[in-house]
Design a protein around this ligand. Structure first.
Ligand SMILES: [Zn+2]
Ligand SMILES: [Zn+2]
Length: 244
């Protein structure tokens, strides 16, 4: 399976960038993981709404869903013009309820994420585990033909994430806190060392730091994670196609 990082900034984007958005292509279909600010304009460089088997929102914070309404407008158009035969499959936590309410419409089939249920999209098995954030948030594990991608969502250090990430071929883990950065209060987030610690304990094959602070020293963060995790640590690159 291939993963394209469409955006990786936490909270709000740096100039010309985008917040959380990850496009997964299994060869059988495509899944969009989070749909943050600036993600739509990047998404259409690679695909179109009618080709998405489903969209997963890890949680209902705007840096993970700012562009979902825009994607839904594109779905309205694709349905009206016959390019899209079914509604957009949207998987989301059911809280905060006032934000969930805004997602409903003729364009979308809303599925509430249930951590007890594995779903199948684009031929992949997808599993959800609740993590530790300021609103309900899920880490996501995508398994396709024995290869595993795990995405942390937004979270502080939590053992459930170690279990979910165990042995993953690629682990996209949030690292929002950085020494010297004033980007975040830190609540519900991790620093790069903690991301490295989870990668190490879970014995993942490859760690990519995401959800980065715009004022952070990214190379310092990469090194901090490397000191804890013995395997390769990468900063996200929107020009690279990550294959597992
Ligand atoms: Zn976030
Ligand atoms: Zn968040």
């Amino acid at each position: 399976m291939d993963i394209k990082i469409l955006g990786y900034w936490g909270g709000y984007p740096s100039a010309g960038g985008a917040t959380a958005g990850y496009l997964i292509n299994t060869g059988e279909g495509q899944i969009l993981l989070d749909c943050g600010s600036g993600v739509m304009s990047r998404l259409v460089q690679h695909t179109s709404v009618d080709k998405l088997d489903g969209v997963i929102l890890s949680h209902l914070h705007y840096d993970h869903m700012a562009d979902i309404g825009i994607l839904q407008y594109a779905a309205v158009n694709a349905i009206r013009n016959g390019r899209m035969k079914k509604r957009l499959n949207l998987y989301t936590p059911d809280e905060p309820a006032n934000i969930l309410d805004t997602l409903y419409g003729d364009h979308s089939e809303i599925h509430r994420i249930d951590s007890g249920r594995i779903i199948r999209l684009a031929g992949a098995d997808i599993e959800f585990v609740p993590v530790s954030h300021t609103v309900p948030c899920y880490a996501v594990k995508v398994t396709y033909q024995g290869k595993v991608l795990v995405y942390s969502g937004d979270t502080s250090y939590c053992d459930a994430l170690v279990e979910l990430a165990r042995g993953a071929d690629i682990f996209l883990c949030e690292a929002t806190i950085c020494e010297g950065s004033v980007h975040t209060t830190g609540a519900g987030h991790m620093n790069a060392s903690q991301a490295g610690m989870i990668a190490d304990q879970a014995n993942v094959k490859r760690l990519v730091l995401v959800h980065l602070p715009g004022d952070g020293d990214l190379e310092f963060m990469r090194q901090s994670a490397s000191e804890v995790f013995g395997g390769p640590v990468e900063l996200p690159n929107t020009s690279v196609l990550y294959s597992v």
